[in-house]
Design a protein around this ligand. Structure first.
Ligand code: SF4
Length: 361
């Protein structure tokens, strides 16, 4: 089984914390881009015989595209690939809250929405430079349900300036009462050259490490108390609603990325596409830039698997690393799962980079 990722690099405006590559929406460019995606899907179809069980439209803001454009790309997937009960996700901005649009997406075949909610606090949404409100956040979730969607994910941003325990608690309380199946909760990162990185009012009010850890653990506990369980560092789901597409990234499974900046892990090779929209639109086939001639080496497998609550069989670690893991387990940064795997605890996820570096050494 393989997954297809389609990157849509257009945004209505730039959020001040974001350093992802994206360009302003322009009708003609967008249509040329969609045509190029379709061309590439057809070109790769000759190379891929495995069934496709996930398709993911990420961005950028894929919901800037019309339902017809999404439909055209999905029709190509259906005609040229062997689809096997695919999970088909589209990232959507709450500002794009039109019942007819959601309904048309559903009819086009999208069966999972990932909504960029970010917060259920108007002051925090304003601070993030988002153009939607708490009311619009709630409205789009309910409009999605009315349109037929059963599988709905919400994005949250944690560790914001002025995000008190009380403020986050209010956001989580509203969130767990929504008809959703999945949450992706990310810690705010201050990326170089973004407006946030140059804004003293933001920098001076960033939470310290202990507060960040408290907010993260508060989120894990609240979601789990509502039956939305952690299955990866930033990902939580009701049982059976884990993102099949994202799980491919953490298990070194095959996926094909189409579009600027998209990464692929395909037939034992990893590659990505340059962030150059004109080139992508002009070329008959996107130009692959090779990262590695193998899927994942053993260290990468350990690193990726330790992001998930399934963890790794202890024998994947060297004898020396197993002794370190025993110590980390004693200190409750790691745990033994029911299957006998070694996995990080929520406390361990907070310092996952340091732990993984220690175990891979
Ligand atoms: S909408 Fe998403 S991708 Fe676009 S600028 Fe904002 S955070 Fe970045």
């Amino acid at each position: 089984m393989i997954g297809i990722y389609i990157h849509i690099p257009f945004c209505a405006r730039k959020c001040p914390y974001c350093d992802f590559f994206s360009v302003p929406y322009q009708k003609n460019t967008v249509q040329a881009y969609v045509n190029a995606v379709i061309r590439n899907l057809k070109a790769y179809a000759n190379q891929i015989s495995d069934p496709v069980d996930t398709i993911y439209f990420g961005g950028g803001t894929p919901s800037l595209l019309s339902a017809e454009q999404i439909h055209a790309m999905l029709t190509t997937c259906r005609e040229y690939f062997n689809l096997s009960h695919p999970e088909i996700t589209l990232e959507i901005n709450p500002a794009r809250n039109q019942e007819t649009y959601l309904h048309d997406l559903y009819l086009a075949g999208i069966n999972r929405l990932s909504i960029g909610i970010q917060s259920f606090s108007d002051s925090q949404l304003q601070l993030l430079g988002r153009t939607h409100t708490v009311k619009e956040n709630c409205k789009i979730i309910h409009a999605a349900v009315n349109a037929g969607f059963e599988n709905i994910s919400c994005d949250l941003i944690l560790a914001l300036p002025e995000q008190t325990e009380m403020l986050l608690s209010e956001t989580l309380e509203i969130l767990i009462h929504q008809p959703i199946t999945h949450v992706s909760a990310y810690l705010l990162q201050i990326e170089e050259h973004t407006p946030f990185a140059e804004n003293p009012a933001i920098l001076e009010h960033l939470p310290d490490d202990d507060t960040v850890a408290d907010r993260y653990l508060q989120t894990v506990q609240k979601l789990e108390s509502a039956g939305i369980y952690q299955y990866e560092i930033s990902s939580f789901a009701k049982p059976g609603y884990e993102s099949r597409h994202n799980l491919k990234y953490w298990t070194c499974a095959d996926y094909l990325g189409i579009g600027t900046g998209a990464h692929s892990c395909l037939q034992n090779r990893r590659f990505y596409i340059a962030n150059h929209i004109d080139l992508f639109c002009q070329e008959a086939m996107q130009k692959e830039i090779t990262i590695s001639e193998q899927a994942c080496d053993p260290s990468e497998k350990i690193m990726l698997a330790l992001r998930t609550v399934k963890g790794i069989p202890p024998e994947m670690l060297s004898r020396k690393a197993q002794i370190k893991a025993d110590l980390l387990t004693e200190r409750q940064y790691m745990r033994l799962t029911a299957e006998g795997n070694l996995a990080l605890t929520p406390k361990g996820f907070m310092i996952s980079n340091a732990i993984i570096a220690m175990l891979i050494d």
